[in-house]
Design a protein around this ligand. Structure first.
Ligand code: 2M8
Length: 437
């Protein structure tokens, strides 16, 4: 592997997608600012220019709603996108500031991680200034999550839309989606055989082949859920009472638990109090995930908030408890067995987003099989903090080799490494830069 060339290629992708104050994930397909993309992207930018990295985060924080939510997409008005402002009409919510053009949902809270990583590159004084600047918004964001999305104080927040997970068509969510009739319109569309016809009007498949994207039925179900949330004016209280598809999502909560630790470290450095609810979440730490552990399967799962049942369908999110914090060594060992088992996640190119023995597995289809570089990065951090340094190094090296061989794409087949999705994908480039350092 030519590390110098890989670094230069990654740098070119970031430069090419840079729009000054923020970075688009991929030209054409994703022309706006996404929450977790920008956090990962800032983790790459910090090695090139810390001010640019800070700017990425500042732009994101400027899209914050009055109640503390940071939206999953911050729209730049001009660019066409398949799920743009007219789907969301976010200003039906009194919480959406009038100058903000955004969606009405959020995304995994990787921001505190990015803020701390940028902080590592600064002098003590600069870091304090940086932390003081961003702390109030991030604390407000985490507080919103616990106040509005965990009203029963279970320690696990509820996710209300598959796009909030960032892993759009991941199997546990699609399992729920297929078990409920999302709407009469969808039922008719499916049963009158209209799906094929409607497929022609998709914008995303003009850019990426249809078999690498979500199915038309699933995509329309996801649009319908967005419309239902809009009708409820993005009022979390009403959403948690009325919506059928609500999940205490494993990956989201794992990321949040790690982010809380970062937030606590920031608060400590700038001598500010943590919001009470976040403090409580910090005390619970990874222990909150215990009720998602299924000892029979030896696996963590997401939970259906309405039925209170675990959704016993596996996806790459199963490994994110490693990222959340220090797990009991027996659990780490069991998770690694799943990761290395050739019948599950032990593919030639690791780590697949869905295990090969799942009925959902499709090697090129989006979050239902392909390897994603952000997931590998999160798992590498998780392995490191669970004293699995050798395994972390191995996965990091394999990840860099994959991108070096196949390109800076959005995702890759776990069977033969074939590149798929958007080419010149920003978080692939940014995290490659980070792993190379
Ligand atoms: C994908 O999601 C968007 C909707 O948010 C889409 O398909 O249009 C996901 O991979 C998501 O995780 C990512 O943040 C976004 C932009 O890269 O694209």
């Amino acid at each position: 592997m030519d590390k110098q060339k890989l670094l230069e290629d990654a740098r070119k992708v970031l430069d090419g997608n840079d729009l000054g104050l923020w970075t688009q994930p991929a030209p054409g397909l994703y022309p706006h600012q996404w929450l977790w993309d920008s956090a990962f992207i800032a983790i790459g930018w910090r090695h090139i220019d810390t001010n640019r990295a800070k700017e990425e985060i500042r732009t994101l924080l400027r899209s914050q709603w009055y109640n503390g939510m940071i939206p999953h997409v911050n729209f730049s008005s001009q660019s066409a996108y398949h799920a743009g402002p007219s789907l969301w009409k976010a200003n039906v919510s009194p919480n959406c500031p009038p100058h903000i053009l955004s969606t009405g949902i959020s995304q995994p809270p990787v921001i505190a991680e990015a803020v701390v990583r940028i902080g590592e590159k600064l002098s003590y004084e600069e870091r304090k200034e940086w932390y003081n600047e961003v702390y109030p918004s991030i604390a407000k964001f985490h507080e919103w999550l616990y106040r509005n999305r965990d009203p029963e104080r279970t320690g696990l927040v509820v996710i209300v839309h598959p796009w909030e997970t960032g892993m759009d068509n991941n199997p546990p969510w699609m399992e729920l989606l297929h078990n409920y009739v999302v709407s009469n319109r969808l039922w008719l569309m499916e049963n009158l055989g209209l799906t094929k016809f409607i497929e022609r009007f998709r914008k995303d498949t003009d850019i990426v082949p249809a078999e690498e994207r979500m199915s038309t039925y699933d995509l329309h179900a996801v649009y319908e859920i967005a419309q239902q949330l809009r009708h409820l004016k993005y009022d979390d209280g009403k959403i948690l009472k009325k919506q059928k598809i609500l999940v205490q999502d494993l990956a989201y909560n794992s990321i949040l638990i790690r982010a809380n630790s970062h937030l606590a470290a920031i608060a400590d450095e700038v001598k500010r109090p943590l919001p009470k609810l976040v403090k409580r979440a910090c005390e619970r730490g990874v222990g909150s995930l215990d009720e998602l552990w299924d000892s029979e399967a030896g696996e963590y799962y997401s939970k259906d908030y309405n039925s209170k049942e675990l959704i016993k369908v596996s996806c790459v999110g199963s490994f994110l408890p490693l990222y959340a914090g220090g797990l009991a060594p027996e659990r780490t060992k069991i998770l690694l067995e799943h990761m290395n088992d050739p019948l599950e996640y032990g593919t030639d190119y690791a780590v697949p987003s869905t295990p090969v023995n799942s009925s959902y597995f499709k090697p090129h289809c989006y979050w239902q099989g392909p390897v994603w570089i952000n997931m590998n990065w999160l798992i590498v951090q998780g392995l490191k903090q669970n004293n699995m340094g050798k395994e972390a190094d191995k996965l990091q090296k394999a990840t860099l080799e994959l991108v070096s061989e196949k390109g800076m794409n959005e995702y890759f087949s776990p069977l033969d490494g074939q590149a798929a999705g958007a080419p010149r994908f920003s978080w692939t480039a940014a995290l490659v830069i980070d792993m190379l350092q």
